[in-house]
Design a protein around this ligand. Sequence first.
Ligand SMILES: *Cc1c(COP(=O)(O)O)cnc(C)c1O
Length: 521
Amino acid sequence: MASPAGGRATSAPLMGRDEEPSIFELSVPGRRAWSFRTTALPEWTAEELVPDEHRRDDQLDLAEVSERDLVAHVTRLTHRQYSVDLGAYPLGSCTMKYNPKLCDRAAAIPGLASAHPATPAAHCQGWLELLVELGSRLCAITGMEAITLQPPAGAAGELTGLLLMRAWHQSQGHQRTKVIIPDSAHGTNPASVTLGGYETVTVPSDRRGLVDLDALRRRLDEDVAGIMLTNPNTLGLFEEDIVEMARSVHEVGGLLYYDGANLNAILGVTRPGDMGFDIVHMNLHKTFAVPHGGGGPGAGPVAVQGRLAEFLPGPLPVREGDGYSWFTPPRSIGRVHGWYGNTLALARAYSYIVANGGDGLRRVAEAAVLNANWLRQRIRGSYDIPFDRPNMHEFVASTRSLKKATGLKALDVAKRLLEEGFHAPTVYFPLIVEEALMFEPTETESLQTLEALAEALERIAGEAVEAGNAEEGRAAPRTAPVRRVDEARAARRLIPTFDARPLAVGDEAAATEASPAARFG
Ligand SMILES: *Cc1c(COP(=O)(O)O)cnc(C)c1O
């Protein structure tokens, strides 16, 4: 056990799946966690609420358990789960960092948490003030002039941004057909381009791992609506030619879209607006302390330069005289989410920004970049580093050589890390790196945790080299409640059942039939 911070101790509670009964096995007819005094409605009310033909006449198959058994069951389940609150989670691109509890407390303030979204503006001035203040801070952070807080995720922000791009070109009298994306881009980028009604044109990366400027120039013409870029890109490298790229795209009348998933690398240091971008989405759930990945809804605000403000989704919170009100821009593309977006995620992000202040946000970026460079330097003796130069908040390693020598794949390393008490890094992304392992330690991990992670990675590579094969790696994870799954089959033929007995091929139908839980699937 190398360190108290990461390490093997945390994997112990994950063991013991076989002994644990499912909630249905705990069920005893008549047992209740909670009972209402009466559920009887006057007959006419029931009839009015749910017409006869929509009422079920058989009993629901629900587990019947006491409150005590229910709490114990759910608590046991949470102990088998890995989470950001338990240990390091170096999942590159996703920025799975520890989120301060202060931000949850701020979002739980009753005046914020209990407000109904239909409350008239005059009665929720505090909420509107928060949204306006958050918007102006996000504009200051990104170097933009106007913003919508509505989109509920990064991908939703991307679509919003592309619709804004469409609206802009429409207003210029010439609808364009293509959007350029680097080959290292996140999968949501081309998907959003297609949804936005454009054709994707890919631009290759050069030997530096950066966009090939000449190749980009060759793709630019009057049909290009714009370019979507992540900077630093998904290799964790800063696009050094960004100002030149912006000039070239603007010269043909295109717009620059900034995918802000990696914003934590540049907070308080540089801004997309200063680099020449026109549209920016932020992933508040990656950069600004909003839990995600099953932890709750996210937020993907989109900020723009002034000339695009009139197209923003509405309604927008605005300052008016001494107070605040809602305003829909004249040429708005319309709503992109119900009401005003995931407002409690917005409240968390606001509290995080205010608690850190400008200097604190800059330290976030500095620590994120320092941690990632430290880890790259430390493991470069054991793993390939395809682009071995100073990186930003994340970097990409590879098991290419290890695979050749021992058969150890990126997937094996990821599974072995689970046994060591760490969450796996992102694997096989970006697509341009063979056997990719993408690490983002984030700014919240201590040196001790980074050391334990590096030691675990060295141990995994070392045992493969020593044995001359990848046996250990292939056997992992031996401590997790679920061992290796057939990834393709698991995704394509999902069987939502608690019955963990291994299925023979062709048994899926029988299992679906037998399981009460599967009826909800
Ligand atoms: C996460 C991510 C996205 C998509 O954001 P979501 O909030 O998950 O929809 C887009 N681009 C990059 C580079 C990302 O890491």
